[in-house]
Write a protein that binds this ligand. Sequence first.
Ligand code: PLP
Length: 364
Amino acid sequence: MTTVGLDFHITPNPAPAPEARRADILADPGFGKYFTDHMVSVTWTPQQGWHDASLRPYGPISMDPATAVIHYAQSIFEGLKAYRHDDGSIVTFRPEQNAARFQRSAKRLALPELPTQIFVDAIDLLVRTDAAWVPTRAEQSLYLRPFMFASEVFLGVKPASHVSFYVIASPAGAYFAKGLKPVSIWISEEYTRAALGGTGAAKCAGNYAASLVAQQEAIENGCDQVVFLDAVERKWVEELGGMNLYFVHADGRIETPTLTGSILEGVTRDSILTLAADLGHEVVENRIAIDDWRAGVSSGEIVEVFACGTAAVVTPVGKLAWRGGELAMGDGEPGPVTSKIRNALLAIQHGHAEDKHGWLHKVV
Ligand SMILES: *Cc1c(COP(=O)(O)O)cnc(C)c1O
């Protein structure tokens, strides 16, 4: 390892899941339900910096009830996947992008920035150790969840001087097990997700807590997901609770909302900017008004809308609904451009297409 790396203390799990149990789980892993045999953790204090790096059996974290994160939510996370290729090798997708975003999130939440090398080493070590948990079937992967939180025991309000970083891993099935199905989206008119100067661009736990009541409203109104508008004018389309949005125009032009400071910069969003251009589309970042979304679909100017993020990759949007109205998009099937982009991205991630942009990081 290089100078900024850490030596991880290794404690193998004395009782890993039996092979038959693992095979059962991998046959139908779902999402976020089962976890591998190990986890990684690293501790930070102002005196010692990042230290006490270890790989050990997956298990509960015991916490004092006065641990700061429970009270004040000083907590951030990441999400990325490891993919098994046909030759048996295992790769992750642009992990240094997640490391950089984790550093930006840390900065916003007054947490210490974890060096990219430690972030990537920690993930590589866990994936190598639990390689048997990386599924082999089409569109399956091992979902990796790095997270960092204030582990100082103190009820005073201040940035923690004891911080914990962990990585856990969870096998993930094909998100759309029964085939790609368009989702319906509810416009949140009452709630917003993030304001300028707030934490919208950080991947922090609190953003998700704040989005749940809006998501609940979407479900109550028969929709799958909620779309948030900007907090000032309630006019500009921002994103879903955990996915970015793309609009496909009749002339082939593809648009995504400009990063304003209150939108989370998805690695999938960024990859599609490049990939759609590779596929011959003009790609633009723009401010998109909710009324232009409705008008564009009605006039036929907007022909497809899709959401994107690591978990579901690319998801077609089939319906937009709000208090007093709704608008159907497409014919209940994913549109051709949505499918093309989705397949192109999956082909790179799963090793079925050339990795022209050097996005894959080989782990095993
Ligand atoms: C994680 C996340 C995304 C998607 O980011 P990816 O890096 O593509 O997975 C989009 N919006 C929000 C709010 C997120 O937390």
